[in-house]
Design a protein around this ligand. Structure first.
Ligand SMILES: Cc1ncc(COP(=O)(O)O)c(C=O)c1O
Length: 357
C-alpha cells in the first residue's frame, strides 16, 4: 500500500506506477501492455493534435466493505468510447481489449487502490487518440489507446455539499446532432470559456439547448436530474402500490437531448428510481420548469450526485431555489448507488465486476 493520505486526495491526478497502452496499426490492435513511461513519442502532425481526434472515458474501481475490488459498469464505458470513436472517425477499441486494459492497469497499480472506509477510489481515464501524421484535413489510420489510473479522493469528505449553477446563453456546449453525445476533448475545451468564469465565482454552468436556449441540456460535465412531487388523485396508483407518500408520486426528470452525454450514473440512478416506484421521465425540460422541482442535482462518475442549491439565470433576473441541504429523494438514490459500488448492498443488476484479490 502506498503511503498516501487518502483523506486528503481530491479529484486530482496522482502519478500511478504504470499506465497501459495499446496501438492500432494496419487494422490491428496490439496486446495491451503496462509501462512506467508516461510520455508519448508523438508526431507533431498526429491527427489528435491537428484535428482533435481524441476521445476519453472515466470509470472507477472500489475497495468494498468485504475487501473485494469492484469495477463499476466498465462495459458501458467501453460501449460509449466505441461510439465516441465512431463519432470522430477513429477505430473503436474492442470491448474485451478495453476490459483487459482496465484490469491490467488495476493489477499493476494495486497499491494505489484506496482502502475501504476512506471514501477514496481508483479512477481510470481511458484515452483514445489519432496518431497518423497528416496535414491535409482528414482522419488518421493509426490510433493509440491508453489507460491512466489515478487514486481520487471522496467527492464529499465530510457531508454532502451543494453547488450553485448559473445559466449561460452566450456559450453553447454542443450543437444538436453535433459531438455532444460523444465524450471528446473538444466539447470540454470549447466549454472552458463558460465554465472557468463560473468556477472563479464558486459556481458551475448550466447549459441550455443550443438551438432555442429554452431547454436544459447539461450541467457542465454532468447530467441534470430534477425531482418533482406530483399530486395524485388516482386511486389506481395507490392500489398498485406506486405511491410513495400519501397523495404524491415522485417523478425523476432528466433531459432528452441530441447534444448531451448519455451518463452511466444517470442510467443507474434511473434504474434505482424505477425500483423505488418513482416515475422516471426523460424529455425536453424547459428552464422555467425548475420552479416546480423540489430537488435538483448534477450526476456523474466523479460525484455520483452533486445536489444543486440554486440555479441563477442572470439575464432573466431569476433564481430557482432548492434548499441548502440535499433533498431526501436524491440523498436516498445517492446512498443506494454508493452501497452497491462499495459492496454494502446486493448488486442485482450485475453492475460491478468483482476482481479476485
Ligand atoms: C459532459 C458530461 N456529461 C455527463 C457526464 C456523466 O457521465 P457518467 O455518469 O458516465 O460519468 C460526464 C462525465 O463523464 C460528462 O463529462
Amino acid at each position: 500500500m502506498k503511503n498516501i493520505d487518502w483523506s486528503k486526495l481530491g479529484f486530482h491526478y496522482t502519478e500511478p506506477d504504470y499506465i497501459v497502452r495499446s496501438a492500432y496499426h494496419n487494422g490491428v490492435w496490439e496486446e495491451p501492455y503496462a509501462t512506467k513511461d508516461k510520455f508519448l513519442h508523438l508526431h507533431v502532425s498526429a491527427t489528435c493534435l491537428q484535428y482533435g481526434q481524441e476521445a476519453f472515458e472515466g470509470l472507477k474501481a472500489f475497495r468494498g466493505v468485504d475487501g473485494k475490488i469492484r469495477i463499476f459498469r466498465w462495459r458501458e464505458n467501453a460501449k460509449r468510447m466505441a461510439k465516441s470513436a465512431e463519432g470522430l472517425y477513429m477505430a473503436p477499441v474492442p470491448e474485451e481489449l478495453f476490459g483487459k486494459a482496465i484490469r491490467l492497469a488495476l493489477d499493476k497499480n494495486r497499491d494505489f487502490l484506496p482502502p475501504y472506509g476512506t471514501g477514496a477510489t481508483l479512477y481510470f481515464r481511458p484515452l483514445l487518440i489519432g496518431t497518423t501524421p497528416r496535414l491535409g484535413v482528414g482522419p488518421g489510420r493509426d490510433f493509440e489507446f491508453i489507460v491512466i489510473p489515478s487514486p481520487i479522493g471522496p467527492y464529499y469528505p465530510g457531508k454532502f455539499h451543494c453547488t450553485t449553477f448559473v445559466v449561460n446563453r452566450h456559450v453553447d456546449r454542443a450543437a444538436p446532432y453535433g459531438t455532444g453525445t460523444f465524450k471528446v476533448g473538444g466539447n470540454y475545451a470549447s466549454s472552458f470559456r463558460a465554465t472557468e468564469p463560473a468556477h472563479a465565482q464558486g459556481m458551475d454552468c448550466l447549459f441550455l439547448d443550443a438551438k432555442y436556449h429554452r431547454y436544459i441540456d447539461e450541467c457542465s460535465a454532468a447530467n441534470f436530474i430534477g425531482i418533482r412531487k406530483l399530486k395524485v388523485e388516482s386511486l389506481k396508483l395507490k392500489e398498485a402500490g406506486k405511491l410513495k407518500e400519501e397523495s404524491f408520486l415522485i417523478e425523476y426528470l432528466t433531459p432528452r437531448s441530441s447534444a448531451i452525454l448519455p451518463s452511466i450514473t444517470n442510467d443507474s440512478l434511473m434504474t434505482l428510481a424505477r425500483e423505488r416506484g418513482y416515475k422516471v421521465t426523460r424529455r425536453h425540460i424547459r428552464l422555467e420548469e425548475l420552479a416546480d422541482m423540489s430537488e435538483a442535482a448534477a450526476c456523474g462518475t466523479a460525484c455520483v450526485i452533486s445536489p444543486i442549491d440554486k440555479v441563477i439565470d442572470p439575464e432573466k433576473d431569476k433564481i430557482y431555489h432548492f434548499g441548502d441541504e440535499p433533498g431526501p429523494v436524491l440523498s436516498e438514490l445517492y446512498h443506494a448507488l454508493r452501497d452497491i459500488q462499495f459492496g454494502r448492498a446486493e448488486d442485482k443488476h450485475h453492475w460491478c465486476e468483482v476482481i479476485k484479490n
